[in-house]
Design a protein around this ligand. Structure first.
Ligand code: AMP
Length: 398
């Protein structure tokens, strides 16, 4: 961050979309903590911060009469904790724009925070409405976007609002800067060999990512449920494993493209199989292309773990999105943990590793090696789209 915030009011788009329990208590404040460096930077320079965020999906879960369920989705639930985290006075504004917002913003003193109400209470937010964005912009001198997790949405507070600030009046916050900088380490001039590990449930969610990766990685490791679509496409028997029958051609094409480009595409040679999708299922090991009827592959097997780990450990750049198996259940978590260990070991030896996408972040946290990974992105879907090579509206607008 390079702007001088002394005496300035900064409108900051943060991602405070934190999980709340039935009593409206925050159950995981990771996203709030992630925005602290930016908020504190502004306050410490003698500026004030007007924070805006969405929380949940108020448009999808309205009250029976169709009105917004304010008691559930109000950002007021976050005020006390924000005060604890920052040690600064936090004022709450029960609207996002309007007379009260204008008045509270004008009264805001240096070193203070004003938290605006949920941006999604306004119908203009998701439409990227210009009038709504303009009203937001009038609350402050500067605009700071620190919500990488919503940068792939062309909403008013993440994108449209930026056009009402000149070049020297807007910038990315530290969180967003970090996500962009680290993704670029993988995308432009990475140290080689570069290995991408893609897992998770479905090929269909990751088609663009896989296609793009084949253009520039040296090794592409595919695990998780999506591997069985590749196995079936190659003529294997996969029992009851997850499969997308309409994606068999696509899987074949990806294999061909990898061959053409000289990319080593690695599928799990064996799998941990189960007789039902349950933590207490009977389990066994089988070749991934010869899974008996009535059984399903729920994790990569011991041979696949060894092969994948070897490749990862000899890589200089590692990109990981998606678990190798149903890691939420202990019996099927070994593959994901082995990959996490290998990535951590490679990083200890000087490789650069980036983990991005919701579930892989959870997997890395579960394995306890998150602090040995070079960068763990909280950007979820936004990081996925960034790696797919798409231009994110929230970034383009700046
Ligand atoms: P994604 O959100 O696409 O990264 O998918 C993550 C989900 O994929 C996790 O909830 C895993 O439990 C699930 N998953 C991973 N491997 C398998 C598998 N072999 N069969 C079924 N689900 C899987």
């Amino acid at each position: 961050m390079t702007l001088n915030y002394s005496g300035k009011k900064a409108l900051v788009r943060v991602d405070f979309n934190v999980p709340l329990n039935a009593d409206h208590q925050i159950t995981d404040d990771t996203r709030m903590r992630a925005a602290l460096p930016t908020i504190m930077h502004i306050l410490e320079q003698g500026g004030s911060a007007i924070l805006m965020s969405h929380l949940g999906r108020p448009g999808k879960k309205t009250l029976p009469d169709g009105s917004i369920d304010t008691p559930t989705f109000t950002l007021e639930h976050l005020v006390t904790h924000l005060q604890d985290l920052t040690g600064a006075p936090v004022h709450f504004c029960p609207e996002t724009i309007g007379e009260i917002a204008t008045q509270k913003a004008s009264q805001l003193q240096a070193g203070e925070i004003l938290l605006l109400e949920n941006t999604r209470f306004n119908s203009g937010e998701k439409k990227g409405d210009e009038a709504f964005a303009k009203s937001l912009s009038e609350l402050a001198d500067f605009y700071v976007n620190d919500a990488f997790g919503t940068a792939h949405r062309a909403h008013a507070s993440t994108t449209t609002v930026a056009q009402f600030f000149d070049k020297g009046q807007k910038e990315f916050g530290f969180l967003m800067e970090n996500d962009i900088k680290n993704a670029h380490k993988v995308l432009s001039h990475p140290e080689r060999p570069l290995t991408a590990i893609v897992g998770g449930a479905k090929v269909s969610d990751k088609i663009l990512l896989l296609e793009r990766l084949i253009d520039f990685v040296d090794n592409l490791i595919v695990g998780g449920g999506m591997a069985y679509t590749f196995m079936k496409a190659g003529g294997g028997s996969i029992g009851n494993s997850l499969v997308e029958s309409d994606k068999l051609d696509l899987a074949r094409k990806l294999v061909e493209k990898a061959q053409e480009k000289g990319v080593q595409l690695l599928l799990p040679v064996d799998s941990i199989i189960a007789d039902k999708f349950a933590a207490d299922a009977n389990t066994d090991t089988a070749p991934s292309n010869a899974i008996p009827e009535g059984w399903m592959g729920l994790d990569i097997g011991p041979d696949a773990r060894a092969v994948f780990s070897e490749v990862i450990k000899s890589s200089r750049t590692i990109l990981w999105n998606g678990p190798m198996g149903v890691f939420e259940m202990e019996a099927f978590a070994q593959g994901t943990l082995a990959v996490a260990d290998a990535a951590a070991e490679a990083t200890d030896g000087g490789a650069f590793s980036l983990v991005g996408g919701g579930d892989s972040v959870a997997a890395v946290n579960k394995s306890g090696i998150a602090n040995r990974i070079s960068f763990v992105s909280t950007g979820g879907g936004a990081m996925l789209e960034f790696l797919e090579g798409k231009e994110l509206p929230g970034i383009a607008a700046m």
